[in-house]
Design a protein around this ligand. Structure first.
Ligand code: NDP
Ligand code: OXD
Length: 311
């Protein structure tokens, strides 16, 4: 019988055990134990922020599944067993939450609802025309599972929508830009920039003073990809100069965001604590089990990470 090692320190295994029991009763669920007991041979591992060497001595592994969509921490820090595929999480429920987050904040910035929240505190009654939706230019960086779905949703609301990716992507209603060469023209046409890029060698510190300086004056930023893509000091400068009017940040260079960090109390920054989307044990186990069944019936795994590319 297949065996799955659950190696997610700090994550309660209860809901995961129940999820696998429901979707694949024949799978033996083995929570990792700290130290003393030896790990039995396992066919699969499900991991999130495991100790760096934890996967080295697990015999017979056929695939490693990430509990989250982002695999930057695993690729950087963890020694992965050679030749064993790493699979990232793709789950329609995860995508749905991310789409809600992006749609919410795009509308928030388009309508400048923060202004009315501030005016309410002053008991001020004033109305401002927000501008036409079809003229508001939204730009989504990363057009994969999450960015692609977000771009489709934003375009369906009537926004002038474009996306930027490594390779050209064809999405109806979304203007495609790709590669470093087209980044400046993508940024120059973007009023609300949404970042859903993975953190890789190619995206680290991509949103720096130069990139932010290419946005139109008064642009807005939503970062729900990874904190390392953004140079935080450069964003603070851009907020100061007015290049960026406001920012919504869900991901940070250091998480949890440290006490006293200037983002916490910045009047034009909204902080959310890495909740743009959250993994749900029941739907995620269904997605992982579908992939395990694929492998067990001799088909290829889906959503395997390209380790060289970094996502
Ligand atoms: P995908 O792998 O499906 O998509 C990644 C996209 O980024 C692709 O369109 C890819 O281009 C593009 N990309 C990658 N590198 C570059 C580059 N150097 N230049 C331009 N474009 C690039 O990932 P997902 O959509 O599933 O997830 C994206 C990220 O979202 C995750 O890696 C994670 O960091 C973050 N995330 C955040 C969550 C949160 O709660 N805040 C929750 C879940 C994920 P191409 O299409 O050409 O391959
Ligand atoms: C992530 C996730 O990668 O929560 O951020 O899935």
């Amino acid at each position: 019988l297949p065996r799955l090692l659950f190696l997610c320190p700090g994550v309660d295994p209860g809901r995961w055990r129940r999820g696998f029991a429901r979707h694949m009763p024949e799978l033996e669920f083995v929570p990792a134990t700290a130290g003393e007991a030896e790990t039995p041979p396992c066919d699969y591992a499900l991991v999130w922020r495991p100790p760096a060497g934890a996967l080295q001595d697990v015999p017979d592994l056929r695939a490693v599944f990430s509990l989250g969509a982002g695999v930057d921490d695993l690729l950087r820090r963890v020694r992965l067993p050679a030749g064993v595929p790493l699979v990232r999480l793709v789950d329609p429920a995860l995508t749905e939450l991310m789409v809600e987050y992006v749609v919410h904040w795009v509308i928030h910035h388009h309508r400048d609802f923060a202004r009315y929240a501030a005016w309410q505190r002053e008991e001020r009654w004033r109305q401002v025309w927000p501008g036409q939706t079809s003229e508001r230019r939204v730009g989504i960086m990363g057009l994969g599972e999450l960015g692609g779905a977000a771009a489709r949703a934003v375009a369906a609301l009537g926004f002038d929508t474009a996306g930027w990716s490594r390779t050209p992507r064809r999405i109806p209603g979304v203007r495609s830009f790709h590669g470093p060469g087209e980044l400046p023209s993508f940024l120059a046409r973007t009023d609300i920039l949404v970042c859903l890029l993975p953190l890789t060698a190619g995206t680290e510190r991509l949103l720096d003073a130069r990139a932010l300086g290419l946005l139109p004056e008064g642009a807005r930023l939503v970062n729900a990809g990874r904190g390392g893509v953004l140079v935080e000091e450069d964003l603070l400068d851009a907020l100061e100069s007015g290049r960026i009017a406001a920012a919504t940040l869900d991901v940070f260079r250091e998480e949890p965001l440290p006490p006293g960090h200037p983002f916490w109390r910045h009047p034009r920054v909204q902080v959310t604590p890495h909740v743009a989307s959250l993994t749900n044990a029941d739907t995620a186990t269904a997605a992982i089990v579908a992939n395990i069944r694929r492998l067990e019936s001799g088909e290829a795994l889906t959503h395997v990470v390209d380790v060289e590319r970094g996502y």
